[in-house]
Design a binder for this molecule. Sequence first.
Ligand code: UDP
Ligand code: MG
Length: 206
Amino acid sequence: MGSVVDSSNKANGSALANKKVTVIFVLGGPGSGKGTQCANIVQHFGYTHLSAGDLLRAEMKSGSENGEMIQNMIKEGKIVPSEVTIKLLEKAMLDNGNDKFLIDGFPRNEENRAAFEAVTGIEPEFVLFFDCSEEEMQKRLLGRNQGREDDNIETIKKRFKVYMESSLPVIEYYNAKGKVRKIDAAKPVEEVFEAVKACFTPVAAS
Ligand code: UDP
Ligand code: MG
């Protein structure tokens, strides 16, 4: 049943409307392995990885007028206003020649989700959800030592709270639409990637 009007990417005034892109949201708690597995997906399946957190940190370091605000939000584990994050994601997609993107760590709340959809007209192909216990995530965050200002126990607790209260509902929203592919992310990296691969490999027609 094909629709007469192509309703994908029906953005209002977004330059992205003219660029047909495939987007997969990669979600899961802090330390669930999103970044690690995205690097693997890039290698195997040719997607471009856009980490919302990395884009915000780069924006912060670039000396932008929002730099101080972003730094404060990240330090408190709070969610940066949608407008800021969406602009960075839009620009990254427009500046890149690729047409398939992994958006990692976004949307983080319902408002992020609704605003992204409204502004870009993009709906994700599916949502890759890394499911992991808080205990395991905390262990990883405290052990990774990447010099991040938010990988201390105080901020980690705040990030977990925001994740439970604000981000899980986004995953539930997409789950209700049948779009979530859930991965047991507590296993070793190689095993997790085996499960990830299965999500990207089309099932052979029978
Ligand atoms: N952040 C945000 N909006 C986003 C993504 C990240 O506000 O869409 C902020 C938020 O303060 C978050 C921090 O950046 O706690 C780190 O996010 P990142 O995704 O890098 O970390 P992760 O939770 O994946 O370890
Ligand atoms: Mg990350």
